[in-house]
Design a protein around this ligand. Structure first.
Ligand code: SF4
Length: 280
């Protein structure tokens, strides 16, 4: 069986830098814990634990002297909370996430009402909104949710996208807001890394030579799930976390398997999956 990788897949620059920062920190022998997963990938979490850096869900669970904030970022108040609790902070927030923090703050100062298109439970979105006055923003991701709001109350609206979304999928949501709102501006916040992986997945899915596609990534990774959705529209596609999840039955009639991976999937996991596929 032949394996064809997408032209672009796997770790983005933000995750690569976060991963490196934590590994360098661990190599110094200092003790720290990561608030939430450093990236949404269980193998990376396991690797970090083996390096002595565990994951905590709340700042109050901290027993180590250093708290590590992940690439998704945190609400600004978490920095204050950590510092007032006597903790050192290792911040691995992605530069592009910080751009949205900055731009949304500027929009608030300018008097805009903020709209975040994304998942209200995603840590990136929590980072943007947790500290805000609930009167100053909305989080929407469906047309129904957008239609349920009287946008005419707001003179100026600024829309931000969760970085890992495909903006084209939300044009209807934006149109629903624009119907009744005054001035609406959209911030260009979709991360290029996510888009490049998605574009490459579309090319892979259209490749006539490919019979089946394997998408590798963590269970909680939103961008991996998006890649899987793109692929399965065109071809039988399977989402796996690693080589152990591969079922030989999926490839019984396949000659060529396409391979792609979410932006939080480490290179060694992709290599393992490819080796297993070739062995099949
Ligand atoms: S997907 Fe983009 S925004 Fe998110 S961590 Fe990676 S580079 Fe940063």
């Amino acid at each position: 069986m032949k394996v064809k990788r997408a032209a672009k897949y796997g770790f983005c620059s933000g995750v690569r830098i976060a991963d490196l920062k934590v590994k360098r920190f661990a190599a110094t022998g200092q003790r720290g814990a990561i608030l939430g997963q450093v990236v949404h990938n269980e193998r990376v979490v396991e690797e970090m634990e083996n390096l002595g850096v565990r994951t905590v869900e709340e700042i109050s669970e901290m027993q180590e002297p250093t708290i590590i904030f992940s690439a998704h970022g945190v609400p600004p108040s978490y920095h204050d909370e950590a510092k007032s609790g006597g903790l050192q902070v290792l911040d691995t927030t992605c530069k592009f996430v910080y751009d949205i923090h900055r731009e949304s703050k500027e929009a608030l100062v300018a008097g805009d009402h903020l709209v975040f298109i994304g998942d209200p439970n995603h840590r990136e979105v929590i980072g943007y909104t947790n500290d805000l006055d609930p009167e100053r923003y909305h989080i929407v991701s469906t047309v129904a949710a957008a239609n349920a709001v009287d946008w005419s109350r707001y003179e100026r609206i600024k829309i931000f996208y969760q970085t890992t979304l495909n903006a084209d999928d939300f044009n209807d949501v934006v149109a629903a807001i624009q119907q009744t709102a005054g001035k609406v501006e959209r911030a260009d916040t979709i991360c290029y890394a996510t888009k490049e992986n998605q574009d490459a997945a579309r090319v892979l899915a259209r490749d006539p030579e490919i019979d089946v596609i394997v998408v590798i990534g963590g269970k909680k990774s939103a961008n991996t799930k998006h890649l899987w959705e793109i692929c399965r529209e065109a071809k039988p596609s399977y989402l796996v976390q690693g080589s152990d999840d591969l079922d030989p039955e999926w490839f019984r009639a396949a000659n060529v398997v396409g391979l792609t991976a979410g932006s939080s999937t480490p290179d060694y996991v992709i290599d393992e999956v490819e080796q297993r596929l070739v062995a099949l």
